[in-house]
Design a protein around this ligand. Structure first.
Ligand code: 2AM
Ligand code: CA
Ligand code: CA
Ligand code: CA
Length: 269
């Protein structure tokens, strides 16, 4: 994608994200209409759907040739990332939206032929826009984010982890995760994969590890993390499947090898 096209798309996508965020803020104290999806803790609200529909309607009207990959059903059924694809999570961190009324984000990415060109992660209540264009660095609002420290010490790393690592899992049964959290400096759980990616890009965490994330959880975050020198793979250390759920490790490259080889892969059955 040439720069002029990317700049125009970025400006439009950002305007829509800001407008959608403002709408959510204005209605944050309205009564919630909550449904569940795959299990009683898998929540979706009318606001998730309203926000996704807002994006889908605008995109289909202004860019009829573009495709949409999104969580709540207003997008397209895609079997490839060919052409220009908007990858959208209207509210990432729905449980936070419901229980905390904060710590959730709108995540919008634009990919062309499978390459991430634009990433926007908007922390709606904090009014922080994490934004990146491929090749032009990542920003938090108007501040350019630093490149990751290539000499980061493993023992000083702070990692985003979630409840998966307290549940039945080979890496837990073999005490690998327990050893990992003892060997690093600390862990954090924010409950929004998109925000955790943004925090890795910002350098306030050195990595984030999760099972079972969908493309819309990670697409914008990958663009941001790429722009600050980070790396994103699945937990096998191979390329993420951007059309289906996958495990995800995004981190400072100084940390990646040791985490994959000493804790995750070693002894794999
Ligand atoms: P969501 O809020 O958009 O559903 C929480 O650890 C993170 O995992 C959030 O980014 C959340 O996205 C995502 N996630 C994906 N599938 C989930 C599920 N079935 N239940 C809870 N969180 C899920
Ligand atoms: Ca969800
Ligand atoms: Ca999500
Ligand atoms: Ca969501």
């Amino acid at each position: 994608m040439d720069k002029e096209k990317r700049d125009k798309l970025f400006d439009q996508a950002k305007d829509w994200v800001l407008e959608a965020g403002k709408n959510i803020r204005e209605k944050i104290n309205d009564p919630l209409q909550i449904d569940t999806k795959s299990n009683p803790n898998d929540l979706v609200t009318a606001m998730d759907k309203e926000t996704e529909e807002f994006f889908a309607n605008h995109i289909k009207q202004k860019y009829p040739g573009h495709s949409i990959l999104s969580e709540e059903g207003f997008g397209d059924e895609l079997d490839s990332l060919g052409g220009i694809v908007w990858i959208i999570d209207p509210i990432d961190g729905t449980m936070n939206f419901v229980h905390q009324k904060r710590n959730f984000a709108i995540s919008v990415a634009i990919y062309e032929e499978g390459v991430g060109e634009i990433g926007l992660i908007y922390d709606v209540m904090a009014d922080n826009m994490y934004q990146a264009k491929r090749g032009e660095g990542a920003y938090k609002n108007d501040v350019l984010l630093s490149q990751m420290d290539r000499n980061k010490q493993f023992e000083e790393a702070v990692f985003g982890l979630n409840h998966f690592w307290l549940c039945e899992n080979r890496l837990v049964e073999e005490k690998r995760m327990q050893q990992f959290v003892k060997d690093i400096r600390g862990t954090r759980t924010y409950g929004s994969a998109a925000l955790e990616f943004a925090f890795v890009a910002e350098g306030v965490m050195d990595g984030y590890l999760s099972m079972n994330l969908a493309p819309w959880d990670v697409a914008a975050g990958i663009v941001l993390v790429n722009e600050t020198g980070g790396v994103t793979t699945n937990i096998d250390g191979t390329e993420l499947n951007m059309l289906d759920k996958d495990s995800v490790l995004t981190c400072n490259p100084a940390i990646q090898d040791r985490l994959l080889n000493s804790y995750i892969k070693h002894g794999r059955k």
